[in-house]
Design a protein around this ligand. Structure first.
Ligand SMILES: Cc1ncc(COP(=O)(O)O)c(C=O)c1O
Length: 333
């Protein structure tokens, strides 16, 4: 994993050195790899603009002085990224990096894609803001286009500003609709960092010691490292157990990512959601699919992650990729 992570960004030098070490128990492979030329980025016909702004040290000092310590950064000497073009980023010295991170699965069409820039510029020159108390065709057109990608009765779109807000709204809707309070979420899940969604999130690195609401964190149906392997039925029984013994027998809803993202790209045991959705519906709750990291074809095989489990949720939340780093998120119901 260490060398894979290194490969995802930068000039590959770290990856090269570490890989030799990692593969050293296989002498033949190691010799072959050592003899390989240092990997180079492929050619790219683009010249970054000369950068005249503040350098990394100055930016870092200013961040430390004026921004809260919760804004952490990677590396002791973090990169000062000053320009982006499609799949590449450039630092202050003009050095090019392959952006395999894509702003944490956000920049789906690449950096500064000309079509996106043109659309933004055209709209900015025409009208920059209108509230929803007047009419503008764009919001209705966009909702229609989004709804056309959804199966079943998922046809109504609520626009919000982030994935966290989408999950906040989904939880609120589940509680108001069902008249119940308890939510069920998976261990190892990430659903946001606001005071309510922190309750749904189940990774101690992303939680604070504040009231978390009535949330039941059930066993993570991790097919590789989970206690029941890929046996979806056993994990689903844990959900029923929580409903029977940890609630009044009624719940507001169940939420799950269809592949856990922040938790480490963890899939769910095959068939799990179908079993759990039935249990949650019988307990009066609604089923929410968090597609913030998996939606819009990012799983490769399906447009929506939940399709891999053969279910149709009652509510779907999404963010990041659709706005291509603009603030656009959705709750579908
Ligand atoms: C699965 C999932 N849900 C919700 C969120 C929260 O989204 P945002 O950071 O836009 O608030 C994230 C963010 O990483 C996420 O990965």
């Amino acid at each position: 994993m260490g060398w894979q992570r290194n490969l995802s960004i930068g000039n590959f030098t770290g990856a090269f050195k570490k890989s030799k070490w990692l593969l050293s128990d296989n002498a033949g492979l190691c010799r072959g790899f050592s003899a390989m030329a240092k990997p180079e980025l492929p050619g790219f016909d683009y010249q970054p603009k000369p950068y005249k702004g503040p350098l990394a040290d100055e930016v870092l000092q200013k961040r430390k002085k004026y921004l809260g310590p919760s804004l952490f950064y990677y590396y002791q000497k973090p990169l000062n990224i000053v320009e982006g073009k499609m799949q590449y980023l450039y630092d202050e010295s003009g050095r090019r990096y392959l952006d395999a991170f894509a702003g944490i699965v956000t920049v789906s069409c690449g950096h500064c894609h000309p079509d996106i820039l043109d659309a933004i510029t055209e709209q900015n020159n025409l009208l920059q803001h209108a509230t929803t108390i007047y009419l503008h065709h764009a919001i209705a057109d966009f909702a229609e286009a989004l709804a056309s990608k959804m199966p079943g009765n998922l046809k109504v779109v609520f626009f919000v500003n982030s994935g966290t807000e989408a999950n906040e709204l989904a939880m609120l809707m589940a509680r108001l609709y069902s008249g119940n309070l308890g939510m069920i979420a998976l261990r190892n899940a990430y659903h946001g960092g606001s005071s309510n969604t922190i309750g749904l999130t189940a990774l101690n690195t992303w939680k604070y010691p504040i009231p978390q609401g009535e949330i039941h964190h059930v066993l993570n149906p991790n097919p590789y490292r989970g206690v029941f392997g890929s046996d979806a039925r056993c994990y689903a029984e844990d959900v029923q157990d929580h409903i029977d013994h940890g609630t009044s027998g009624k719940v507001a809803g169940f939420i799950a990512e269809t592949i856990q993202g922040v938790g480490g790209a963890v899939e769910l045991a095959p068939g799990y959601l179908k079993l759990v959705y039935d249990m949650v519906h019988k307990a009066g709750g609604v089923c929410i699919a968090d597609e913030v990291q998996t939606g819009f074809g990012r799983t490769g095989s399906h447009y929506w992650g939940f399709e891999t489990q053969g279910v149709i949720p009652d509510i779907v939340t999404m963010a990041k990729v659709r706005g291509t780093n603009l603030n656009v998120s959705y709750t579908y119901s």
